[in-house]
Design a protein. Structure first.
Length: 127
């Protein structure tokens, strides 16, 4: 059985993602894999209990299809630039695919191979 994030769909011109709060910060690409599947976190800290567990981004259906496919595949990390909306969700201004880095060989400096299916947030634009 393929594991999927908590909720992910396209509706009325918006990509909508429902997620669980991570207990740890997303950090940087070398720590993204510490975030459980279907969870989200700020880069610098976990979400707090008062922050929403849903986000919406206005986009075309083709753009949403790309994001949904990426999030549903193994290695599907996505970064959302957002701010909380009084209506109870994060309003996303932009988003992009992102990748975790994994050391393939402990003696090597190569860091490639995106892994797992998670979300993270970029705090720069979320104030």
């Amino acid at each position: 059985m393929k594991r999927q994030i908590a909720g992910l769909w396209y509706e009325a011109g918006h990509l909508i993602v429902r997620f669980r709060r991570s207990r740890s910060a997303a950090g940087n690409p070398s720590t993204y894999n510490k975030i459980a599947l279907g969870n989200a976190a700020w880069v610098g800290r976990p979400l707090n209990a008062n922050e929403p567990t849903m986000l919406k981004q206005k986009m075309t259906e083709a753009q949403a299809t790309t994001a949904i496919k990426r999030l549903r595949q193994n290695g599907g990390f996505w970064r959302f630039y957002c701010r909380a909306n009084p209506a109870g969700y994060f309003d996303v201004s932009r988003s992009e695919a992102t990748y975790a880095s994994v050391r393939i060989d402990p003696g090597s400096r190569k860091t490639s191979q995106p892994i797992a299916e998670r979300l993270n947030f970029a705090p720069e634009s979320c104030r």
